[in-house]
Design a protein around this ligand. Structure first.
Ligand code: FMN
Length: 185
């Protein structure tokens, strides 16, 4: 099955998550191409049977090229199998604090509402963790997001490099990709 993973990232998490999903799908026999939509503007996606769209979250918003991508290829999606996933740095904190209603709201807002907006019927939706990289943040964001560092430490998220906190659960991501492979076969 020819598969495209089109992702948009600001801090890099959605890229490495996309690569991991690609590895799992390749192991399952899929022919996968991974494209960074900020760097490469695709003109045509007709050759793909399965298209995954991945977006990083920032300030309650998707990385905007993912919206542009869905908008541009909206019609193509009707004839394809599709899946959408987001990288959410807030997810681990909400889970830790037991904020289930906020998590449900985010699922609705960042995933379900997008499928409605672009009239697509995805086989899978995924919300994964993200990366808080204080080295890549602007001066203002570094200050605003400063208090989160303590919260991340409280949640038990380890600093993987100085100033970098990775909240992803790789098993969750790999299992999601394996389930997706099952569903679309
Ligand atoms: C300024 C800023 C704002 C953020 N806002 C949100 C947010 O509203 N919701 C969320 O879940 N995560 C938020 N995050 C965490 C990001 O989702 C996390 O960095 C994720 O890895 C972004 O995806 P990317 O690495 O592919 O860009 C924010 C991070 C920064 C630096």
């Amino acid at each position: 099955m020819k598969t495209l993973i089109a992702f948009c990232t600001r801090y890099g998490a959605t890229e490495s998550t996309s690569e991991e999903i690609a590895t799992v799908l390749r192991d399952e026999g899929f022919d996968v191409r991974v494209v960074n939509t900020k760097k490469e503007k695709l003109k045509d996606i007709s050759e793909y049977d399965l298209v995954l769209v991945g977006a990083g979250m920032q300030m309650f918003r998707w990385c905007k090229e993912s919206d542009k991508f869905l908008n541009k290829f909206q019609k193509d999606f009707r004839e394809k199998k599709t899946a959408i996933f987001v990288s959410s740095g807030a997810k681990a904190i909400l889970e830790y604090d037991g904020q289930t209603s906020e998590m449900e709201e985010n699922w609705q807002k960042y995933l379900v509402e997008k499928t409605e907006k672009y009239s697509i019927n995805p086989v899978a939706l995924g919300m994964f963790g993200g990366v808080w990289d204080y080295n890549k943040m602007s001066f203002v964001f570094k200050k605003t997001m400063g208090p989160f560092r303590m919260k991340l430490e409280e949640v038990g998220i380890k600093e993987v490099a100085p100033g970098v906190f990775d909240t992803r659960n790789w098993d969750e991501i790999r299992n999601w990709a394996r389930d997706l492979a099952e569903k679309v076969r």
